[in-house]
Each structure stands twice: as C-alpha cells, then as structure tokens.
Design a protein around this ligand. Structure first.
Ligand SMILES: O=P(O)(O)OC[C@H]1O[C@H](O[C@H]2O[C@H](CO)[C@@H](O)[C@H](O)[C@H]2O)[C@H](O)[C@@H](O)[C@@H]1O
Length: 335
C-alpha cells in the first residue's frame, strides 16, 4: 500500500515549477505553486534538483522547508544529521549562510542571545567565544554538508564562461548564464535560425579544446558541464542516502521534471524499482518516465493533492483514490 511507504519528493525547477519564458532571469514561480511546494515539503522530504545554481534556484523558490541541489546535482547541501560518511571525497561541512539568513528562528535566536548577554552584564558577543555563524550553529545545530563533485573545475568553468561570453556578443539574442558548476548558452531569443547554427558551431569548437568538458542539450540551451560522473539521477540517490533513506525498501521517490537531464533521474527510479517518475510534457515524447503531467499548471494541481494526501485516515482514503485517479488520467495522456 502506498500509504505505508515513505514518499520523498524531487522536483525540477524550469518547465516544471515555473513556465518556460524567454528571459531566464524572469522564470518566476507563482505564489500558488510556492504554496503547493511548501505544503508538500511539510509532509514529505522534498528537494528541488535544478540545472540552475543552488543560490539562484533558492532565490526563485524562497522556501526553507525543502532541500536544494543546484548545477544538475553538482551542488548539494544537506543537514549533517544523516551523513554517515563524513570523509567522502567531495563533502565539506559548512554553515549555509543563505539558508540561515532566511531561517524563521534566526532573528529570534540572535535576540535571545542578546538578551542573555544583557543578563550577564553586556559582555561583547566575542566574549562567549562565538562568531556569528558559530552562534547560530550552536543554537540550532544547522551544520550542513556540502557535496561538490566538480569543485576542482571552478577556475576552468570561469575561463570557459569568458570565452562563451565573447562568442555570444557576436550573435544577437544569445546569452550566457553562470550556473556555478555549469554554464548555459541560451538561444531562445536568437530570431535568425542561421545564427543559431553559427552559434552552435562556435560553441562546439570552443568547448572542443577543453577536454574535461561536454555540451548537453536542453530547451533552446547548450549546457557546458565538466565530465564528472554525476547527474540528476545520482543526485537523487545521494539525497535519499543523506536524508536518511538508504536501503529502505519502504521509500517511494517521486521525481517530476520536463527536460532531457531529468531522464537520468527517471532512469534511477526505474533502477531502484520503486517510485514515480513523472515527465512534464504536453506532447508525446520518448521518456523513461512512467507517468506524465501536461504543464506546470498540472504539476501545481498534483502537488496540491499530494500535499493534502497524508493528513488523516479519511483524507488518506480519498487521496489514495485520487492518486490512483491521477495514474488513470496520466495513462491517457501521451508520454
Ligand atoms: O534543471 P532545470 O531547473 O529545468 O534547469 C534547466 C535550465 O533551465 C533554464 O533554462 C530554461 O528555462 C528558461 C526560463 O524559462 C528558458 O528561457 C530557457 O530557454 C530554458 O532552457 C535555465 O535558465 C538554465 O540555466 C537551466 O540549465
């Protein structure tokens, strides 16, 4: 029975939580979607796995009750609670300032500390031997473990970015986006088809000289990534493990995504042999997903149902049928 399983929800960002738009900086998610994701995050461990940099996707989503994996999973931050293998090659322990700055308790904790200081006759904070971040760590135990399998490539990535920026100045409408561990060359706004061809040729030949880098295709975008053996599928497995769900046969991962890079996550779920790989597409396409939703609007409705589903036993029953219903609806939608 699905009710007895522990669901873990993974969501792609662009084209899944936000509609595809011309300007990547304006791919905002709606408040209704934010509410739905937040509700899902209250009931199930939830992570967004995006091609964007982790900071950028957080700036769009702005929710503190979910996890974020940026740069196609090459930038993951998880609480240290479940990380057993602390000496993992690509892991470092840190305090995530961005997350903490937005934490609801942050101001309260600082205020409490200031009050405590007043009570011990206004000693300066340093007298306690804490720096700001240590204080927060001490009060909230918010140590994070960052997993950065492509960190060594950062200087090269910046070098490639400059080369690509130079190239895109020659093509009207082309832009470069820095996603920290990968660089995106966008051509959605290149009107002239011939120019798209020229751009692709120039990018291909520039990247060819960087042996450790590869170009991946997406939606009117070329993504230049280091050839580390890592993708959204491996990120899904890493997150399951580091959120405390390793080897649990009762865990059901749900992954919702619209793009080629999400196929690795669908494949991983198929490999695990349990879970729901859901593609977002309004047209028939080849996919490793078993279910589909048409567009972000349908994703929103699905997440709202999912968010309500686990409430009480009576809700469980109706929601169980709605999940089954969703399967039936999805079965009739092309995938
Ligand atoms: O893994 P994702 O979260 O889906 O990110 C993949 C890429 O998404 C963004 O580009 C796409 O969406 C843009 C905004 O709607 C659109 O303008 C662009 O044409 C799409 O390719 C993002 O800007 C890229 O950096 C991500 O790699």
């Amino acid at each position: 029975m699905v009710q007895e399983k522990k669901m873990v929800v993974f969501l792609d960002y662009d084209g899944t939580l936000s509609p595809i738009v011309n300007d990547p900086d304006r791919a905002f998610m709606s408040d209704a979607m934010r509410l739905a994701v937040s509700e899902v995050g209250k009931r199930y461990p939830t992570a967004i796995v995006s091609g964007r940099s982790r900071d950028k996707v957080f700036d769009f989503v702005k929710l503190n009750n979910i996890y974020y994996a940026g740069s196609h999973g090459m930038d993951i931050s998880t609480p240290s609670d479940y990380v057993k293998n602390g000496n993992h090659k690509h892991q470092t322990r840190a305090i995530d300032k961005k997350m903490l700055a937005c934490h609801r308790c942050f101001n309260y904790c600082i205020q409490s500390l200031e009050m405590a200081q007043r009570e011990v006759e206004l000693q300066p904070m340093d007298a306690f031997g804490f720096h700001d971040l240590d204080i927060v760590d001490h009060l909230q135990g918010n140590e994070m473990v960052n997993f950065l399998p492509a960190q060594e490539f950062l200087p090269k990535i910046q070098e490639i970015k400059k080369v690509l920026q130079e190239i895109t100045t020659k093509i009207k409408g082309a832009t470069v986006e820095d996603n920290k561990f990968c660089i995106s060359v966008h051509y959605r706004c290149v009107i002239n088809e011939e120019d798209v061809g020229i751009l692709k040729e120039m990018v291909n030949s520039a990247v060819e000289s960087y042996k450790d880098f590869k170009i991946f295709g997406g939606k009117k975008v070329m993504e230049i990534r280091p050839t580390v053996n890592w993708d959204k599928g491996r990120a899904l497995l890493y997150l399951l493990d580091n959120l405390g769900f390793d080897n649990s046969s009762d865990v059901l991962p749900i992954y919702i995504g619209d793009d080629k890079t999400d196929e690795d996550a669908f494949e991983m779920i198929n490999c695990i042999g349990r879970g729901f790989p859901i593609v977002v597409s309004s047209t028939a396409k080849e996919t490793k997903a078993s279910y589909s939703l048409r567009d972000p609007m349908e994703v929103n409705s699905f997440l709202l149902l999912l968010g309500k589903w686990k409430g009480s036993s009576s809700v469980d029953k109706s929601a169980d049928s709605s999940i089954e219903g969703k399967k039936r609806v999805m079965a009739s939608i092309d995938i």
